[in-house]
Write a protein that binds this ligand. Structure first.
Ligand code: GLC
Length: 573
C-alpha cells in the first residue's frame, strides 16, 4: 500500500528539551515546561514537533547518548508526562516525532554493559575488535575530533578479564559506542524500540546520523590525511545502509508514521537513493550543504557568508528532488550556531529583526517541509565569546584540542569556537526579561542565558506587531492556505546576486508567487523581471509593514526600492 504523504503538509518546531523551558525550578528544561508552551508553539502556525532526545542519559552528549530507549529522563519528567504532552499536542493538531539515535548508545546502556561479557548473547551488539596494547584495530577517528577507538576490558565466561586487547568503535564521544547493525538480533531490538514509541502514539522519528549505521566489512583504514571522521568513506552510506533502512521502515509503515534521517555529507543525487518516492526508505533527509554558505565544511572553518553559495545549494536541491522526493528545509538546529550570527546581520537591533525576516522568507516558502528551531522565531543570536571551560559541549573541547594540535594559537582557536560552538544554539530560550530570561525560577540555569535576553525575548517579540514571531506567523499562514507552496515549481531569478534573492513559485491554475528578499545592509534599487511585472503584481506580504492591503489592485511597476533586508512577497497571474 502506498504511504500517505501527510508529512508534506507539516511545519516542524524543534525542541531541545534541556534549554526549552523549566517547569519545576531545578534549572533544567522539562516536559512540564513544554506543556505550558504548546499553545505558544501552535500559535506560530506550526503543526508538528520534533523532540531532541528525552531519554535517560548521562548527558555526555546531552541526550544523544541514550542509556534507556524506552523511558524518559527523570530530569525531564515521566512517561506519563510525556503522554500528556503527546495528547495535548495531538489535540492542538500537532504531530510529534521523537529523536531516535540508532547508530550508538551511551556506554551506560545495559546492552553495552552486557556486551562486555564475551559469552553474552549481546557480545556482538557493538563494534568490538581486537587491537594491540598500543594500536587500535584501524586508523578511524571520531567525527567529534579525537580517537575513534577506546580500549576496554572484556570478560570471559568465568568472570576473568580477557587477555586480548579489546577496543570498541565510537564515531562520536568516547561514551557513545557504535552499535553493530550487522547483528540481526540488535536490529530486532531496535525495531521493538520503534514499536514502543509508535504504540504510544508518536508519529515518527528523526533518525540521528542514520547514514553511518552500516560499516564496510573488514573496517579498512581510512584516508590518512583526514583530521576528523577518518574512515568516513567506509562508514558513511555503507554497503548495507539501504537494506537496514528498508527493514526499519517496515515497522514505521505499519503505523503510517514518518521518518526524517540526518545525513551528513549528503548530496541531492545520493539522497535519491533513500528518499526517492518510488522506493523510499526514509521520507525526508536533513542534509548540510547549505550550512556551508559561510564556511568550508564546518562553521569552525569560517569564510565570509555568501548568499550566492546558499542559493546554489537551495536551487540544486529544489531541482533535483522536484517530482521525485521531498525537501527538508531548515536553517537552525541544536548543532548549528545561531543563523542570525552567521547568515544574518546583528549590527543593530533593527537589522537583527530585518535579517531574521529575510532568512525566514528565504527558506519557508520553498518546496518542502520546514523546520524551525527553538528561539529562531525570536531571532536568538550566538553567545558572547566564553572561556573554554564555560562551554559544556564535548565537541567544543575536542575541536579546540584538534585546532591546537594543528598549530592554531589559543586566542585564534577561541575566536573560532565563539563563532562555531554548538553551545551557541543551546543556551536557554529567552522567554521574557525576568531573571534568567524567564526560563527557570532556579537561581542558576544549567547553562548560561544569553546576556542579550532583556532585549531579545519572546514577550518583547510578541508585543511588537512587526516583530519576528509575527512575521513567521504571516509567512506560515500564507504558505498553509495555498497548494502553490506545496506543489508549485521553484525558480531562482538571480542566482548570481550576492545581495538579492528573488524566487518564484508557480502552479498551473493558481496565482503565482514572487518572493523578493534583500540581503543588503543598504537601501537598494532593483527591478522586477519584465515578464512578471507585465502580468501585474500584487503585494501580499511586506516585512516592513504587517498590514499590507492585499486587496489593492495589482501594479505593473518594475522599479522597487528595498530597505535593508526587506522582504516583499507578491502574487501574480
Ligand atoms: C547528531 C546530533 C548531534 C549528536 C550526534 C551524535 O549529529 O544531531 O547533536 O551529537 O548526532 O549523536
Amino acid at each position: 500500500m502506498p504511504k500517505t504523504d501527510w508529512y508534506k503538509d507539516l511545519v516542524f518546531y524543534q525542541i531541545w528539551p534541556r534549554s526549552f523551558c523549566d517547569g519545576d525550578g531545578d534549572g533544567i528544561g522539562d516536559l512540564t515546561g513544554v506543556l505550558g508552551k504548546l499553545d505558544y508553539i501552535r500559535s506560530l502556525g506550526v503543526n508538528a514537533l520534533w523532540f531532541s532526545p528525552l531519554y535517560p542519559s548521562p548527558q555526555d552528549d546531552y541526550g544523544y547518548d541514550i542509556a534507556d530507549y524506552c523511558a524518559i529522563n527523570p530530569e525531564y519528567g515521566t512517561l506519563a508526562q510525556f503522554q500528556e504532552v503527546l495528547e495535548k499536542a495531538h489535540a492542538l493538531g500537532m504531530k510529534v516525532i521523537m529523536d531516535l539515535v540508532l547508530n550508538h548508545t551511551s556506554n551506560q546502556h545495559a546492552w553495552f554493559l552486557e556486551s562486555l561479557h564475551l559469552d553474552s548473547p549481546k557480545a556482538d551488539w557493538y563494534i568490538w575488535r581486537r587491537g594491540t596494547d598500543k594500536k587500535p584495530p584501524n586508523n578511524w577517528t571520531s567525527t567529534f575530533p579525537g580517537p575513534g577507538w577506546e580500549k576496554r576490558e572484556r570478560y570471559n565466561a568465568d568472570g576473568s578479564v580477557s587477555s586480548d586487547a579489546w577496543y570498541y568503535l565510537h564515531l562520536f564521544a568516547v561514551e557513545q559506542p557504535d552499535l553493530n547493525h550487522d547483528c540481526p538480533a540488535l536490529r530486532e531490538a531496535l525495531k521493538d524500540v520503534q514499536r514502543f514509541w509508535l504504540d504510544m502514539g508518536v508519529d515518527g522519528f528523526r533518525e540521528d546520523v542514520i547514514t553511518y549505521i552500516s560499516k564496510k566489512e573488514g573496517l579498512p583504514n581510512g584516508f590518512p590525511l583526514m583530521p576528523a571522521g577518518r574512515g568516513m568513506e567506509h562508514f558513511s552510506q555503507g554497503p548495507n545502509l539501504r537494506k537496514y533502512l528498508a527493514e526499519y521502515r517496515t515497522v514505521v509503515d505499519e503505523y503510517d508514521a514518518m521518518t526524517v534521517g540526518e545525513a551528513p555529507g549528503m548530496t541531492p543525487q545520493n539522497a535519491l537513493r533513500y528518499i526517492d518516492q518510488n522506493a523510499p526508505v526514509l521520507d525526508l533527509m536533513f542534509h548540510f550543504q547549505h550550512m556551508t554558505a559561510d564556511c568550508i565544511g564546518l562553521a569552525w572553518v569560517k569564510t565570509r557568508f555568501s548568499l550566492r553559495k546558499l542559493k546554489k545549494v537551495f536551487n540544486a536541491w529544489q531541482q533535483a528532488l522536484r517530482g521525485r522526493a521531498w525537501n527538508t528545509l531548515y536553517l537552525e538546529n541544536h548543532d548549528q550556531p545561531r543563523v542570525l550570527s552567521r547568515f544574518g546581520c546583528t549590527d543593530t537591533e533593527e537589522l537583527r529583526v530585518a535579517s531574521g525576516k529575510a532568512l525566514a522568507a528565504a527558506y519557508l516558502l520553498q518546496q518542502g517541509t520546514p523546520f524551525i528551531y527553538q528561539g529562531q522565531e525570536i531571532g536568538m543570536t550566538n553567545l558572547p565569546p566564553l572561556a573554554l571551560e564555560e562551554y559544556p559541549d564535548v565537541v567544543t573541547h575536542n575541536t579546540y584540542d584538534l585546532f591546537r594540535s594543528l598549530g592554531f594559537s589559543h586566542k585564534r582557536t577561541m575566536a573560532h569556537a565563539a563563532y562555531a560552538a554548538r553551545d551557541n544554539a543551546r543556551s536557554p530560550v529567552q522567554w521574557s526579561s525576568a531573571p534568567n530570561a524567564g526560563f527557570t525560577t532556579a537561581e542558576k540555569p544549567w547553562f548560561m542565558v544569553n546576556p542579550n535576553y532583556k532585549t531579545i525575548n519572546v514577550a518583547n517579540a510578541l508585543a511588537d506587531p512587526n516583530g519576528l514571531p509575527q512575521w513567521y506567523k504571516q509567512v506560515l499562514a500564507l504558505r498553509s492556505v495555498r497548494t502553490l507552496f506545496r506543489d508549485g515549481t521553484y525558480r531562482d531569478l538571480c542566482p548570481r546576486s550576492q545581495t538579492l534573492y528573488m524566487y518564484t513559485r508557480e502552479l498551473p491554475g493558481e496565482q503565482s508567487c514572487l518572493v523578493v528578499i534583500s540581503f543588503s545592509k543598504k537601501v537598494t534599487q532593483i527591478q522586477l523581471p519584465k515578464a512578471i511585472a507585465a502580468r501585474g503584481v500584487q503585494l501580499v506580504l511586506d516585512s516592513t509593514n504587517n498590514a499590507v492591503d492585499a486587496t489593492a489592485p495589482p501594479t505593473h511597476e518594475r522599479n522597487l526600492t528595498l530597505k535593508p533586508y526587506q522582504v516583499q512577497v507578491y502574487f501574480y497571474q
